[in-house]
Design a protein around this ligand. Structure first.
Ligand code: ADP
Ligand code: MG
Length: 296
């Protein structure tokens, strides 16, 4: 393509809310074979809500929710806000905490001061509980059922005892499914890469018609998945919004950040979707094909 055609294409892209940070992106997108996407905040709204709280014997709802919300109040994960909002909606007092720690990809923990009594509270994925030596089998059937509904099952431990299973659900953006259908119509494969539970990821992928799911990915694992998918399928575009997406955005042939996402993701990307949703991806690929064909 000539410099003029690239300029025209870049202008067209901007009109569609697709910001091209690197000129090559417009040339490369037409050859993309696979689009890998992050789940939370990219396919979904990134605003989960608490839907279920199943207690273990001997624990009370108000007590567990207040202790867990106290810890989550320090976390920046979207899951955290869901839990804090639920506790506040139930009128619970959020206790004071100390020794907060975020175990990336697993969950969070802290000491919580509940009326002068100290509690050790841990909350996170089933793998976090297993790491702590706790058995989550009693909740396995229930968590599988919730996962199949597209909800994310989490576990809370208090003083080293499994206290509850908590589920959160993050609604899918209205624009996601049509965008995936448009990508399929352009002949691309769509793969979801997520740190979330496998059953949850697969349920959401089924709803959206996504071709492949890489789930329960630990921090750093997104880059490995991108490398493998590039070898398997060829030229790859990666779409994400979070801090933990930055390495995958850099590793992809074309990194595409959601404009409403974190600055770190935007800086790592070649393309930014100002609309804040996935629909810009098929639009940009179609534009790339048109630009390169007409003036090639
Ligand atoms: P993702 O961005 O796909 O959610 P993360 O690595 O941030 O990936 O998180 C992976 C999993 O770790 C989450 O699905 C959740 O089960 C658990 N987790 C992470 N942070 C928290 C938190 N603040 N509270 C509870 N669970 C958490
Ligand atoms: Mg995300």
């Amino acid at each position: 393509a000539t410099p003029t055609s690239i300029m025209v294409g870049t202008g067209r892209a901007a009109q569609m809310g697709v910001l091209l940070r690197k000129g090559e992106a417009l040339q490369q997108l037409k050859d993309a074979k696979v689009v890998a996407v992050d789940k939370t905040g990219t396919l979904t709204k990134g605003r989960p809500e608490l839907t279920d709280l199943v207690l273990a014997a001997g624990f009370g709802r108000g007590q567990v929710l207040a202790l867990v919300a106290a810890v989550e109040d320090r976390s920046e994960h979207p899951i955290a806000r869901a839990i804090v909002d639920a506790a506040k909606a139930e009128g619970l007092q959020i206790p004071v905490i100390s020794d907060f720690e975020s175990v990336t990809g697993f969950g969070v923990r802290a000491e919580v001061d509940g009326d002068g009594i100290k509690y050790r509270v841990e909350i996170g994925a089933d793998r976090f509980m297993r790491k702590l030596g706790l058995n989550v089998d009693d909740f396995a059937a229930e968590s599988g059922r919730l996962g199949d509904e597209g909800k994310t099952p989490l576990y809370a431990a208090i003083n080293g005892q499994l206290a509850a299973m908590i589920a959160v659900a993050d609604p899918i953006k209205d624009t996601t499914k049509p965008a995936i259908e448009a990508l399929h119509a352009l002949g691309l494969k769509v793969v979801m890469i997520t740190g979330d539970n496998r059953r949850t990821g697969e349920a959401i992928a089924r709803l959206l018609g996504i071709d492949e799911v890489v789930a329960e990915v630990l921090p750093g694992g997104k880059v490995d998945a991108v490398q493998r998918l590039k070898q398997e399928h060829g030229m790859l575009a990666y779409v994400g919004d979070g801090i933990n997406d930055a390495p995958a955005l850099a590793e992809a042939d074309v990194g595409i950040a959601i404009g409403t996402g974190t600055d770190i993701a935007i800086e790592a990307a070649d393309v930014v979707l100002m609309s804040g949703d996935l629909s810009g991806v098929p639009n940009a690929i179609a534009l790339s094909k048109a630009t390169m064909k007409n003036i090639g």
